[in-house]
Ligand binder design. Structure first.
Ligand SMILES: [Zn+2]
Length: 407
């Protein structure tokens, strides 16, 4: 049994216990009130990013803020990804580097979509957090063949079928890179295998325009044709949804991954998530590709974007990054409660805070983290990765980055 104590225990975004200790093994066993814990430790449930590309970590600096999505993807993303496809070990190094930032922002579970996902799984297991992984299935772009990508994803699901930390989904990348029939084939396969789907829809207005021009379908027609609601699905972005598509997505199987910094840097627009939540659409938060790979920065960015419009504030964003995210991944309730999985983070804050949620967002530093009761961060350091390894991976990735973009 492990015991951790905090001046504040944030049970969920809107419930805080002052001066309390948690006792846990792989699950939380007891929550006890204590007297006068004087330090500035905050205890929370682990957070989650439900849409991430760990393999794109090195090219985050190409998000200059002056390119739109298609321009960025063809100039930088595909070039790097084609390079990664030939160098699987590079995916391992980049995933470890990305995770060194992700984990120290309080994340204990991440949904990732990319290539060489078996190498990403190795990185996740090294660090010790939960992964929900999918291969970016496409019939043009980085893969030349739909079948090759699909087979790779199916094999991955078979390989990690019994893992407690790694879960696999199938990842039809986006309707612009797959035909409706190919997309439906992936959904049918997911249903047959009992796994979920991870995709990108309506990040930009071009998605709906393309589907209409290429297939004569509305976005709602497309979603209904591929029967997306029949499987547990994460939809990245969903910035540009028309009212009938919104109605079609209000279903317990569907969660939109809101990615505020990526949407801002690529000038995608702002997903109206308050309206979505009011209409019964589930929403979580995703790091996607961002400058910092920090979920805390996504919470801050989302707060600025949405509070500025007079809707959601920091408490709601913390909820999306914990409760909503964990529920989308099907891991648990995402709250501190007896019987819940012991995915627990301890934070130190630099100064006393009247409101611990604001204190956490303003100056929270992860000091300890546990996944299923197993300690993965101690005194602010990830136990599974040494600083020497980080240094070596940084050098290796920099070398490949230069080779990729100067060749
Ligand atoms: Zn993405």
């Amino acid at each position: 049994m492990t015991e951790v104590c905090g001046r504040y225990v944030i049970v969920s975004a809107d419930e805080v216990i002052e001066n309390a200790c948690l006792v846990f093994n792989e699950r939380i066993v007891r929550i006890e009130k204590e007297r006068g814990i004087q330090d500035n430790t905050i205890v929370t449930h682990g957070l989650t990013s439900i849409h991430t590309h760990l393999g794109l970590y090195p090219i985050r600096t190409t998000l200059t803020g002056y390119m739109r999505l298609d321009d960025w993807v063809t100039r930088y993303v595909w070039r790097w990804e084609k390079f990664l496809r030939k160098e699987p070990e590079l995916s391992y190094a980049t995933a470890v580097l990305a995770l060194s930032k992700v984990v120290l922002s309080g994340v204990t579970a991440v949904a990732d979509m990319h290539f060489n996902e078996d190498k990403v799984a190795e990185a996740l297991l090294k660090v010790g957090i939960r992964g929900d992984l999918s291969v970016a299935i496409m019939s043009r772009g980085v893969y030349d063949s739909f079948e090759v990508a699909m087979d790779e994803n199916v094999e991955l699901a078979k390989k990690y079928g019994g893992s407690s930390l790694i879960k696999i989904r199938l990842g039809p990348t986006t309707p612009r890179l797959l035909s409706p029939h190919e997309f439906k084939e992936v959904v049918d396969k997911a249903k047959e295998m009992g796994v979920g789907i991870h995709t990108h829809i309506a990040e930009v207005p071009e998605d709906a325009r393309f589907i209409r021009e290429a297939y004569g379908m509305s976005m709602k027609d497309f979603i209904e044709f591929v029967e997306l609601k029949t499987v547990n699905t994460i939809i990245a972005h969903g910035v540009w949804l028309d009212p009938e598509t919104e109605l079609a997505l209000a279903h317990p199987n569907i969660t939109i991954a809101h990615c505020p910094t990526s949407n801002t840097l690529l000038r995608d627009g702002v997903a109206p998530i308050k309206k979505y939540l009011d209409k019964g659409i589930r929403v979580g938060l995703g790091i996607d590709v961002s400058l910092s790979y920090s979920i805390l920065d996504e919470i801050t960015a989302a707060t600025y974007l949405h509070l500025g419009r007079g809707d959601l504030g920091p408490r709601e964003m913390l909820y999306l990054a914990s409760v909503a995210g964990y529920q989308a991944l099907g891991i648990g309730k995402g709250i501190i409660e007896v019987g819940e999985t012991a995915d627990i983070v301890l934070w130190s804050i630099d100064e006393p805070a009247i409101d611990p949620v604001i204190g956490l967002i303003a100056s929270g530093r992860v000091t300890q983290a546990y996944v299923g009761g197993r300690k993965i961060v101690e005194e602010g350091y990830i136990l599974g990765v040494s600083s020497e390894e980080i240094g070596e991976f940084e050098k290796e990735v920099l070398r490949y980055f230069k080779k990729c973009f100067t060749a």
